[in-house]
Design a binder for this molecule. Structure first.
Ligand SMILES: [Zn+2]
Length: 303
């Protein structure tokens, strides 16, 4: 059952809202700018994750910056679309300057690097504001080519501000990323050190889709792949399902699994739960998950 691409050591890291390292975890990714518009000082020695074009606060302050389409604005309340956040138009010059300045400020601190998320168009129908319409017309390119070039060029500009590791999150669509969101996976792979793929869920009691998408992204992306799973789990049953999901994807060629936690105590609870869960540890041995067993043995030395 061992996948031929399996790498020798998979690591486990964290995505966290607190700028604090937790023993037993490797890469620490700190959310320094959120989709609601809040922005925080950089977290030292950590990967700082910055939300780019989703900024509810900036849109409230200046509604004219929102991305638009024939079916209305890119806002959660517009039910013509199924949008998880409110999106700024990616060509708005004032907003771009503001977010690039923030990226530069964060990069001046002694950080590990920067990860960008939500740096793309909200969907295929966006953006048809007069500025985007004119830029598209002048480019002479078709709609998909112009939109993906716009996003790739923004990432080039952002990368120039960043010292250290440069990564992007990938909206979890390996098939229509370019057509829908302007995410050109091949062009972006030239720019990044690794791809961060969030496969978030309230629980992983049904988990085949995580295994499936993790394999798809490993097959499609031309740089190392890091997968993020949600670990804000209130029940033993859900934690057990999460850890089994991590075990399954440890069979693919993934650099690291990142667990999204509320705080450091949440991260330590995951370690303690795994160590004390003898049925799970027996299950790992019975079905041959050596990487996951090794990780839990290392946690057991700490907790
Ligand atoms: Zn626009």
């Amino acid at each position: 059952m061992v996948c031929e691409h399996q790498i020798k050591t998979m690591k486990i890291g964290l995505v966290t809202y607190t700028p604090e390292k937790v023993e037993g975890y490797h890469l620490h990714v700190y959310y320094s700018k959120w989709a609601d518009g809040q922005a925080f000082p950089a977290a030292k020695d950590m990967q700082n994750d910055i939300t780019v074009f989703c900024d509810a606060k900036s849109i409230r302050d200046d509604p004219g910056i929102v991305a638009v389409s024939k079916a209305g604005a890119a806002l959660r309340k517009n039910r013509h679309f199924n949008l998880p956040f409110d999106y700024v138009c990616p060509t708005h010059p004032g907003y771009r300057t503001k977010v690039l300045e923030y990226i530069e400020t964060v990069s001046k601190q002694s950080i590990l690097g920067v990860t960008l998320n939500l740096y793309h168009f909200p969907d295929q129908e966006f953006c048809t504001c007069p500025r985007c319409t004119e830029l598209h017309r002048k480019s002479g390119l078709d709609w998909t080519a112009w939109r993906s070039q716009t996003i790739t060029k923004f990432l080039e500009e952002a990368k120039a501000k960043v010292k250290g590791t440069f990564a992007v999150e990938i909206y979890p669509d390996p098939v229509l990323a370019k057509e829908r969101f302007g995410i050109d996976l091949d062009a972006i792979s030239e720019l990044v050190d690794y791809f961060h793929v969030p496969l978030s869920s309230r629980d992983y009691l049904t988990n085949y889709w995580v295994d499936l998408l993790a394999r798809d992204f490993v097959a499609v992306l031309k740089k190392p792949v890091v997968v993020e799973l949600s670990a804000e789990m209130p029940t033993d049953e859900k934690l057990d399902a999460l850890l089994k999901t991590v075990a399954y994807i440890s069979r693919h060629k993934i650099e690291e699994v990142l667990l999204l936690v509320h705080n450091s105590e949440n991260a330590r609870d995951v370690c303690r739960f795994a160590i004390q869960n003898n049925a799970f540890r027996d299950w790992l041995k019975k079905y041959d998950f050596p990487e996951m067993s090794r990780i839990i043995e290392e946690w057991a030395k700490i907790y």
